[in-house]
Every structure is written in structure tokens, then in C-alpha cells.
Ligand binder design. Structure first.
Ligand code: ADP
Ligand code: MG
Length: 313
């Protein structure tokens, strides 16, 4: 039933000659937290702008809970709560003033508005900070106020562009917990973008974007299961030569990323023992562990998960 999902079909967006989104298709049901994970420049904000009706795509279609985005733009806007990458609160106003002002934009007034604000302050555990200026709050609390503000008109879909950027790991975790509880208890569809693996790990499903293409989509567990066994990271003064030597000697395919070699293998403790014995003078440090979403990205794209500037030179 299209009323219960977002369907993105063959979405393409070009800025002049630059292709920012390349034939992207996916579906997200209500109640799910869906994450688009990709490095800088992979097309996350472009997709976010199209979904939030700020920009029409070059081609392709989007249906949000039964409404075609290009035809029913007004109806779609009512369904959406939107949190932008760059903070949009007025820092010289208090928390309550920010929420009240936003409520007025949606036509809420008086008792209705006040009770909705109280409800949200309580839900996001910010009621004791309601009269503080936003500029006095920590980054994590400000993010919570932003989400509360986006939820004011009871949207069915919450879109967030890199909600955890700039927050430390503990606060990110807390924010994810709020989003998970929103999706569960109110059957809201939460779609967020991120370049942070730990944030993606907590979502129900993850789509990995690379240079405008959706490379893979699945639960974090499904994606990581694509990599058998363990991942070994080796640091060396001369990674490239060492990588070739290791590939010649063992049945593995070392990938050179960010000054180290990443190697998938069946059983790290045996491989590490053998590789250190074979190249005792060339290896500086060795680490190993279970695969992460970053390993999935590297395996599928052949590229390290790096900043846009590093990749387009
Ligand atoms: P992300 O949010 O994943 O960092 P963006 O969607 O912002 O990625 O950008 C995707 C690509 O489109 C990048 O190559 C970026 O430089 C380019 N891009 C983004 N916005 C514009 C714009 N307004 N004009 C031209 N190119 C743009
Ligand atoms: Mg972005």
C-alpha cells in the first residue's frame, strides 16, 4: 500500500554537468528508521532536498505516503517534519519561544499550541530547559529542540540531514534512542542521512550511497554478512609494496586505504600469526575485528570512505 511508505523511483539529479544522484530507487515503510550512509559529496543532501520538496529532481519520481511529490507538493509538506544539516533554531530565543514561533507558522495558537509544546518538551526531556536561551544549550540538547520543533505539527514522516554531525558518540547514541522510540511508538517513518557508521548501525535498514549511486541496501546485519569472517588492518611504512607481497603469498586481496591495508580473511588470529611471521620487518601494527559498515563500503566501492575533496582530484 503506497499510503504506508516512501517510494523513490529512478531518481536522478544533475547540477549542470555534475551528476549528484544517479538513478536511485528504494522503498521505506512506516515505522522504520532508514538511513542513507555515504561520504561527503555522495548525494545525501541532494536527496534530502528533493524529498523535503525544496528542489525538484532532474528526473524520476517520489511518492510519500500515497502522494506524488511533484503533483501533491502541498499535501506532502503537511506530512513532513524536516531537520536540516545546519541548525535552524533562533539561538537568541528560548526553547519555548522557538517552538511557539514555529507553531504559529503552522497556524497553531493558544491552549492547543501550549499543550503540544509541553508534550514535546516532556517527550524529549527538555522541560527543565524550556526558558533557557537556545545558545545556552549543548549541541545535543539543541538537536533535541530541533527535532521537537520538527514534530510540532505531528508529521507522519521525519526527515533529518546528518542529525548527529558535530555531536560526540554518547550524545549521538541518545539521539538515536529518541528517534527509535518515535518510530516505534508513533509509527513514524524516519529517514536520516549520515556519514557516521555508529549512527547507521542503529537504523533498521541502511542504503549506502557513493558518488550519487545507491550501492547496496539492507539491514546492518545483512550488509556486514556480505563480508565473510574478519577484517585485518595492517600499518606499514610501505603499504603498497607490502600489499602486493601479501597478495602473492596468501589467498587474500589487500585494499590500500588511509595509510593502511585492509584485508578480509576467514580467521584473523591464524592469518595475523602467519603474516607477521612472513613479513616481520615490514609490519608496524596489526589490528583485527569483525567487519563494520565501513568495510562493506570499501568492499563494494573499492574506495576508502573519505571526503569528497580527496576523491575528485
Ligand atoms: P552530501 O550531502 O552527501 O555531502 P551533496 O548532495 O551535498 O552530498 O552533493 C552531491 C554532489 O553534488 C557533490 O559533488 C557536490 O559537490 C554537488 N553539489 C551539491 N550542491 C550543488 C550545487 N548547488 N551546485 C553544484 N553542485 C552541487
Ligand atoms: Mg550533505
Amino acid at each position: 500500500m503506497s499510503e504506508n511508505r516512501i517510494t523513490v523511483e529512478n531518481l536522478t539529479h544533475n547540477y549542470g554537468t555534475r551528476c549528484a544522484l544517479d538513478n536511485v530507487s528504494f522503498t521505506v515503510p512506516r515505522g522504520e528508521i532508514f538511513c542513507l550512509l555515504g561520504p561527503n559529496g555522495s548525494g545525501k543532501t541532494t536527496l534530502f532536498k528533493i524529498l523535503s520538496t525544496l528542489m525538484p529532481p532532474t528526473s524520476g519520481s517520489v511518492n510519500i505516503l500515497g502522494h506524488d511529490l511533484s503533483i501533491d507538493t502541498k499535501a506532502v509538506r503537511k506530512l513532513l517534519g524536516v531537520v536540516f544539516q545546519h541548525p535552524g533554531l533562533d539561538v537568541k530565543l528560548t526553547v519555548t519561544e522557538n517552538l511557539r514561533h514555529h507553531g504559529h507558522l503552522y497556524g497553531f495558537r493558544g491552549k492547543n499550541l501550549n499543550s503540544r509544546i509541553s508534550e514535546l518538551l516532556e517527550r524529549f526531556d527538555i522541560e527543565n530547559r524550556s526558558d533557557d536561551l537556545v545558545e545556552e544549550l549543548s549541541g545535543g540538547l539543541q538537536r533535541r529542540v530541533e527535532i521537537a520543533r520538527a514534530m510540532l505539527h505531528s508529521p507522519q514522516v521525519l526527515l533529518l540531514d546528518e542529525p548527529s554531525s558535530g555531536l560526540d558518540v554518547g550524545v549521538r547514541r541518545q539521539l538515536s534512542d529518541y528517534l527509535i522510540s518515535l518510530a516505534r511508538s508513533e509509527n513514524i517513518l524516519v529517514l536520516l542521512t549520515t556519514h557516521l557508521m555508529d549512527e547507521a548501525e542503529l537504523c533498521n535498514r541502511v542504503g549506502i550511497l557513493d558518488m550519487g549511486k545507491l550501492v547496496v541496501l539492507g539491514t546492518p546485519g545483512e550488509l556486514k554478512a556480505q563480508i565473510g569472517g574478519d577484517v585485518v588492518l595492517i600499518e606499514s611504512e610501505n603499504c603498497k609494496t607490502l600489499g602486493t607481497a601479501i597478495a602473492d603469498r596468501f589467498d587474500v586481496f589487500p585494499v590500500f586505504t588511509e595509510n593502511c591495508l585492509r584485508i578480509e580473511c576467514e580467521s584473523a588470529h591464524e592469518f595475523v600469526r602467519d603474516v607477521v611471521a612472513a613479513f616481520p620487518d615490514d609490519i608496524e601494527t596489526v589490528r583485527f575485528g569483525k567487519p563494520t559498515l565501513e568495510d562493506v563500503f570499501i568492499k563494494l566501492t573499492g574506495n576508502p570512505f573519505v571526503l569528497e575533496e580527496d576523491r575528485r582530484d
